[in-house]
Design a protein. Structure first.
Length: 134
């Protein structure tokens, strides 16, 4: 069972897609698919701090409880292939240990975060329902 509803995850997926699809948003791919660090995410997103699409996505994530934010990170890691469905509880524990107040920036600064979150949901047997987003 997820600590964050699939409806919330799906709204964040939608907002992340909207933000990262903007022409002005350039998030570099890292070598070997490794994750970008939080400093790089902060630098990338600093230029977009006034962007309404970014602010909406960031606010949606910031308004979640820390455990729910950690759940999003664990889902992203799962979808990215850092963990599998059998080790998802390990991903959760690690995400909780690493939680910071910059979780939104970390998530939104990750290339393909929307796809990773969606893939993570699917690996756990969940799917985005268009009627469950708003």
């Amino acid at each position: 069972m997820l600590e964050v509803s699939t409806g919330i995850v799906c709204r964040i997926i939608d907002r992340a897609k909207e933000f990262q699809a903007q022409e002005s948003v350039v998030i570099p791919e890292t070598s070997g698919g490794s994750e970008i660090d939080s400093d790089m995410a902060m630098q990338i997103l600093a230029a977009h701090a006034g962007d309404l699409t970014f602010q909406e996505a960031k606010t949606e994530i910031d308004d979640l409880e820390p455990g729910q934010q950690a759940e999003l990170v664990a889902l992203m890691w799962l979808g990215r292939g850092d963990f599998d469905a059998e080790t998802f509880n390990d991903a959760r524990a690690q995400a909780r240990e690493r939680w910071t107040q910059h979780t939104a920036e970390y998530l939104l600064g990750t290339p393909q975060v929307a796809e990773y979150l969606n893939d993570g949901l699917e690996q756990l047997g969940f799917a985005c329902d268009p009627d469950d987003r708003y």
